[in-house]
Design a protein around this ligand. Structure first.
Ligand SMILES: *Cc1c(COP(=O)(O)O)cnc(C)c1O
Length: 223
């Protein structure tokens, strides 16, 4: 995926970002590909504009972010990316495709770590890139996949597919459980603050209704 932008490219990425992605950007690709990354909160339009450079190749939005669960308004972020001819990439791992589908909000590429919700059994090491109708991106990624060897063996593919079959059911239960726990904690006298976008008290709660269908273990729409 990160072989897509050219050497020396610049990425605008979420501030609230999975540690492994942070490490890959700053401790691997910064050295091997002179990748530069600016982290911004995607709701801050002025910060997004200020981060733009001639070398900016793509935006990388992780929503909900891991670990702070901050949300990015997907259609707003996609509009920003396309206004500046940038490829829009979403890390959808924390939502799962059962509740959020960034391609439907204008994104070009979606990345998933399949080892979590999608697998559901903690017994695979699989990731996925989902491509929009942009044939140029699909072709280039297919070429890179073959050239660099990131190809799944049949058994891992089978296990990933097995997980997908129960994804929706599992995520629906996660959502109910998570909201129950969050409400309990929010009402508990010894708890100062609960950070959970599914709670009405969360400052980004309104984004859920725009793009998250039903909810998941990390957050949930409505009651
Ligand atoms: C866990 C996680 C990843 C990466 O997972 P691996 O499959 O272990 O590489 C990427 N993004 C997010 C948001 C994650 O939570």
């Amino acid at each position: 995926m990160l072989d897509l932008p050219p050497h020396g490219a610049h990425i605008i990425a979420s501030l609230d970002l999975y540690g492994g992605t942070w490490r890959l950007f700053h401790q691997v690709r910064a050295q091997s590909a002179t990748l530069e990354v600016t982290h911004v909160g995607f709701s801050d339009q002025a910060a997004l504009e200020a981060a733009l450079r001639p070398e900016t190749a793509l935006i990388w939005a992780e929503t909900p972010g891991n670990p702070l669960l901050s949300l990015t308004d997907l259609s707003q972020a996609a509009a920003f990316a396309h206004a500046h001819y940038l490829v829009a990439v979403a890390d959808n791992t924390f939502a799962s495709p059962a509740v959020q589908r960034p391609l439907e909000h204008g994104f070009d590429l979606v990345v998933h770590s399949d080892i979590k919700y999608i697998c559901g059994h903690s017994d695979i090491i699989v990731g996925a890139v989902v491509v929009s109708e942009r044939a140029d991106l699909a072709q280039r990624l297919g070429f890179l996949q073959n050239a660099t060897g990131t190809v799944l063996d049949p058994f891992q593919s089978f296990l990933a597919r097995r997980g997908l079959l129960t994804l929706e059911l599992r995520v629906a239960r996660h959502a109910v459980n998570a909201l129950t726990v969050a409400r309990f904690l929010e009402g508990h006298p010894k708890i100062e603050r609960v950070v959970y976008p599914g709670l009405e008290s969360h400052p980004q709660h309104a984004i859920i209704a725009k793009q998250m269908n039903g909810g998941d273990g990390m957050r949930r729409q409505g009651a």
